[in-house]
Write a protein that binds this ligand. Structure first.
Ligand code: SP5
Ligand code: ZN
Length: 337
């Protein structure tokens, strides 16, 4: 296993999020990444591939917004973190927006994903971490690589942030791989639906997306991830959603995983990108599945059984004290094959 981590990602330290009508302490903390590094040991630094592979996935106006938002927020005399409060869901159209609050609403879909002083630096480093971990797979020097990305990415779309995600690390790596001729399938096993990744590839038939997640009828992100979302246009049939109920344990999860992998097999990819969230863990503070630490190793071994070059990209997981052990268990499932 080739592990990549860029400590510049620690610069993002969100303070609070709006949850059930109250401001609560943010759960997506820098110590998550520090605990994973402590558990997995050796990590390689990230290389810098510049902004071009980011712009291959994300809207240029959005990326410019992300880069400059905190400075504009401060220039307007604000304290604390930049966060939106008005969202243009009605009559949305492209108009020139100047006020920072208008921009925040335009490029966000929730109030759980604040922009602070280090957010751009960290999100940029996260994208470079994913691209760096991809390289030895493209060169056939490694079979499996782990990108320790933070903040997570799978909720970020082409022109929006949300769900603690700013740049879609998995999508950026997947797109970079397709541009050098790889046929990529993305398997998203975070507790939450990977709405950003789905939106980015929904209309495309050349990248397959399968997600196993908590039913959006009961769980965030609510508006995506229902079983009838299967792709549009050229992408029809290249998106698979497998929502599961609260209380799902390893047996039902394994059935869903086998189903997702059967669909991926039929697509016949030559590379796999796994968006891995350890928030399916039984002790996760914001989730409701019952996966145990030892289960991650078995699930990973099932995925590794496909014998595809595989990039594992870190997404969520908020049981901070157990996070290192859960990630290590998952990575060991790849190493044992
Ligand atoms: C990458 C990822 O796992 N994003 C998850 C985003 C979920 N956000 C909203 C869910 C509500 C959680 N906030 C509650 C904190 C309670 N202390
Ligand atoms: Zn999640």
């Amino acid at each position: 296993m080739f592990n990549v981590f860029d400590p510049a990602q620690l610069a993002h330290a969100p303070i609070r999020e709006l949850h059930n009508g109250e401001w609560v302490a943010h759960v997506e903390t820098p110590v998550r990444a520090e605990n994973i590094v402590a558990a997995i040991g050796v990590v390689a630094p990230a290389r810098d591939f510049g902004v071009a592979p980011i712009l291959a996935v994300h809207d240029a106006g959005y990326v410019e917004f992300l880069r400059t938002a905190f400075g504009r927020w401060q220039a307007d005399g604000r304290s604390g973190e930049a966060i939106g409060y008005a969202f243009p869901v009605v009559a949305r159209r492209e108009i020139r927006l100047d006020r920072i609050d208008a921009l925040l609403g335009r490029y966000s879909y929730d109030a759980a994903t604040p922009i602070g002083a280090g957010t751009w630096t960290a999100a940029y480093a996260g994208a470079q971490t994913a691209l760096s971990a991809l390289q030895p797979l493209l060169a056939a020097e490694e079979r499996h690589a782990f990108a320790l990305c933070r903040p997570p990415g799978h909720h970020a779309g082409r022109d929006y942030l949300g769900g603690y995600s700013y740049l879609n690390n998995a999508a950026i790596a997947a797109e970079a791989a397709t541009r050098v001729g790889r046929r990529v399938a993305i398997l998203d096993v975070d507790y939450h639906h990977g709405n950003g990744t789905q939106d980015i590839f929904l209309h495309r038939g050349d990248v397959f997306f399968a997600s196993i997640h908590a039913d959006p009828a009961t769980d965030y992100p609510f508006y995506w991830g229902h079983a009838d979302e299967t792709g549009t246009g050229d992408g029809r049939g290249a998106t698979v959603n497998l929502p599961l109920p609260h209380g799902t344990g390893i047996d039902a999860y394994r059935v869903a995983l086998d189903g997702a992998l059967a669909r991926i097999d039929a697509f016949a990819p030559d590379m796999l990108v796994v968006s891995f969230g350890a928030d399916t863990f039984e002790g996760d503070p914001i989730s409701h599945f019952g996966i145990r630490t030892a289960d991650y190793r078995m699930l990973a071994a099932v995925i590794a059984g496909r014998a595809l070059p595989t990039l594992i990209v870190m997404e969520g997981g908020y049981a901070t004290d157990a996070l290192g052990g859960n990630v290590l268990s998952f990575l060991r499932g790849f190493s044992s094959t």
